[in-house]
Design a protein around this ligand. Structure first.
Ligand SMILES: [Zn+2]
Length: 320
């Protein structure tokens, strides 16, 4: 259930795989080369003794300059011979040195203690893959959202046009302190489609997005109720991600415990200024009845409310 932790772990595993693959390939190439060319082994030995002789010359004084010139020329000749041998085996120096996917961090994921760009990109793509499992992420984009389904009702058409543009702008400008949105309206009006489109865009930008139904989280809260692990479990993940999308609020099995859990997450994110998108069939009075007055007033005070209108798109699609 720990979303962020599994992504971090998967990224570390992938970096480790890249690193050891690059090193292993280079090592095997080098071993093969040395076993086929005994002269290459000699050259390596000569190169290292040449270097230590040069160091000794400096320490002992005497004709240092001439000695060093000779050593330098000798080293150069040896390296050229080594390269010729490599070439005779169809190899270059690149083949016997690790070729990292990211030369900047040598596939460690860090440059001078800071997370490398390749590491961030890797986490992003893993998050995207994880989120897409079981979710129609690829089909739910802004491009695939059609306003045609609202065309026979001018008021709905106008309203949905505004909502569509609002969501697209929200996604384009998404930041970890973006506004909270409440999508409310009947089933089948595109609430899930637009929230997935926003999730898509935020993930593409590299933000940590957690997406799930209220039912899923309510069950998780109940399950963790008597088996609290170290840390905060599901609630911690929901509180700390850059964007939380809570789908289908109000359809979960009602329980005082999960209600309190959901209130806690929503309230915590409001306090810390982290954005949440909630979609629900319930209007405000419904939320008040289902949860509490306190919950409804939090929503009124902290969320931009977008009322979806029209006729059930899923039914229309079936009829076409
Ligand atoms: Zn890197």
């Amino acid at each position: 259930m720990s979303y962020d932790k599994t992504i971090a772990q998967a990224a570390r595993t992938e970096l480790e795989r890249r690193r050891s693959q690059a090193q292993e390939t280079a090592r095997l190439n080098l071993e093969g080369f040395l076993s086929r060319c005994p002269r290459a082994v000699e050259i390596r030995r000569e190169l290292s003794s040449n270097a230590s002789e040069a160091a000794r010359a400096v320490v002992s004084g005497g004709e240092v300059r001439m000695e060093l010139e000779q050593r330098k020329a000798r080293g150069l000749a040896l390296r050229e011979e080594y390269d010729r041998l490599l070439k005779s085996q169809g190899l270059t120096r690149r083949d016997i040195e690790p070729q990292y996917t990211c030369p900047k961090c040598r596939d460690t994921g860090f440059v001078e203690g800071r997370m490398c760009d390749c590491h961030r990109a890797l986490r992003r793509s893993i998050a995207y893959r994880q989120l897409s499992t079981g979710l129609p992420l690829e089909s739910c984009t802004f491009e695939s959202f059609s306003l045609d389904y609202y065309r026979d009702d001018p008021a709905a058409m106008k309203q949905m046009g505004i909502i569509f543009r609002t969501c697209r702008e929200y996604a384009e400008n998404f930041r970890p302190n973006s506004a909270n949105l409440l999508f409310w309206g009947a089933t089948g009006l595109g609430k899930t489609h637009l929230s997935l489109a926003i999730a898509n865009a935020a993930i593409e930008k590299g933000f940590g997005v957690v997406y799930g139904s209220a039912q899923k989280y309510a069950s998780a809260f109940e399950k963790e109720r008597f088996s609290r692990e170290a840390g905060e479990g599901t609630a911690g993940d929901l509180k700390n991600c850059d964007l939380l999308i809570l789908d289908d609020l109000g359809t979960e099995f009602p329980s005082a415990y999960s209600n309190a859990g959901i209130y806690d997450v929503v309230n915590d994110r409001l306090m810390s200024g982290r954005p949440t998108i909630i979609s629900t069939n319930l209007a405000l009075d419904g939320l008040e009845k289902r949860y509490s007055e306190r919950f409804a007033s939090r929503i009124v005070g902290g969320y931009a409310m977008l009322g979806f209108k029209g006729r059930d798109v899923r039914v229309q699609k079936l009829n076409r």
